[in-house]
Structure formats: C-alpha cells, structure tokens
Design a protein around this ligand. Structure first.
Ligand SMILES: Cc1cc2nc3c(=O)[nH]c(=O)nc-3n(C[C@H](O)[C@H](O)[C@H](O)COP(=O)(O)O)c2cc1C
Length: 188
C-alpha cells in the first residue's frame, strides 16, 4: 500500500474533539502514513481552548503550518498530498472553498486538492443550515469534495462523548482510505 500524505485542517466550528480524535487516530496509523501536515485557523485554536480546555494540539509530532504560510508544500499541487481533511469545517471556510477564495492556507490547500482531483473531506458543522450553506455544500460536492457532516451515530451504543465523536472520526478514516478497526453495523 502506498503511504499517504495527508493535510488536516482545523477550523473554528464547534467540535474540536473531532480534530483531537482524528490526530490521535492518525498517530496510531503511522505505518500507513508518510506525512501529516496540520494547519489551524485562529478560531480553531480558540474553540479548542474553550471546548477541550487545553492547547494540546501543540503536542502532536506532526508538522504544523501557520495559517498564512503559502510556502507549505500542500499550497501547491506539485507536493502531491493525497487527501485533505477539514475537521471540523466551519461554514465560513466552506464558503471560501466553494467560491475559490484562496486567501489563507486552508482555503488554498482545498483549492489545490480539488483542482488536482484529489480527495477533500469536509466535516462540516453547524445547525441548522441556511440555503447558502447547502448551496456551498452542493458546489463543493460537484467539484469532487466529500461533505461528511459531523453527525454522530448512536447505533454502536456509545458510552461517552469520546465514543460518540469517534463514530464520526471512524467514517472520516474510512473515507480517507486508511484501515482501522472500528464498529461496523452487523459485523461480529
Ligand atoms: C465556541 C464557538 C463555536 C462555533 N461554532 C461554529 C460552528 O459550529 N459552525 C460554524 O460554521 N461556525 C462556528 N463558529 C464561528 C466560527 O468560528 C467563525 O465563523 C469563524 O470566522 C470561522 O473562521 P475559520 O473558518 O477561519 O475558522 C463558532 C465560534 C465559536 C467561538
């Protein structure tokens, strides 16, 4: 199996726990991964501090890029990152991507993934959605992106918030083409 080069973008939607769990999961999948580059918006850091009560995103052994660093490899298609996961993805970031407004590293990296016909997974979070949000999701889907709403499932009978949030992150891992054991409906 070819090892993957993955961009994880974290934005300021509610649900920092999804980003934390994804980074935790990626650590455990290092045999399938060549590189993980991470970029966070300012609001992502603020929401992480508020919702998780720490700044532990600094503790991961991945390469973190400043949000305006257009020298990051994945700001160009030539670096050949396979997959970009935006988790959680705010409506603001979704809108910028849908309209090609590449004015920071997150929206530029998404622009690159779409133009190179690689995999973009946007774990969108807001409720309810306006028609603007829905149209932006449609646009990104038509451009080849995958909208994976941060909608947890309950049929695995999760016992904690972490287990509940993991139901979303497990789907993201599957969509990214990584192999990981997780609950699967009606499988022993
Ligand atoms: C605690 C908190 C929770 C938020 N939750 C959401 C959310 O669920 N969805 C959303 O689209 N924006 C949410 N926002 C607003 C975004 O952070 C804001 O629109 C920001 O400009 C997004 O910028 P970014 O996409 O660059 O992170 C939240 C803000 C805060 C402070």
């Amino acid at each position: 199996m070819n090892k993957k080069k993955i961009v994880v973008a974290i934005t300021g939607a509610s649900g920092s726990i999804y980003a934390k769990l994804l980074l935790d999961n990626l650590l455990k999948l290092s045999d399938q991964i060549e590189k993980v580059g991470v970029v966070m918006s300012d609001n992502a850091k603020e929401v992480w501090r508020f919702e998780l009560g720490n700044e532990d995103y600094d503790h991961y052994p991945f390469t973190f890029y400043p949000k305006m660093d257009f020298n990051a490899p994945f700001a160009s298609g030539s670096a050949k990152f396979d997959t970009m996961i935006i988790i959680p993805c705010s409506m603001g970031t979704l809108g910028r991507i849908a309209h090609g407004i590449s004015n920071d590293l997150i929206s530029r990296a998404a622009d690159v993934v779409l133009k190179e016909r690689r995999k973009l997974i946007a774990v969108v979070r807001d409720t309810p959605f306006s028609l603007i949000h829905i149209n932006n999701m449609k646009t990104v889907t038509e451009a080849g992106g995958i909208i994976c709403p941060a909608s947890p499932s309950f049929y695995s009978l999760p016992k904690s918030i972490e287990e509940l949030a993991q139901t979303v992150v497990s789907r993201v891992i599957d969509l990214a083409g990584l192999s990981m054991e997780s609950y699967r409906w009606n499988e022993e």
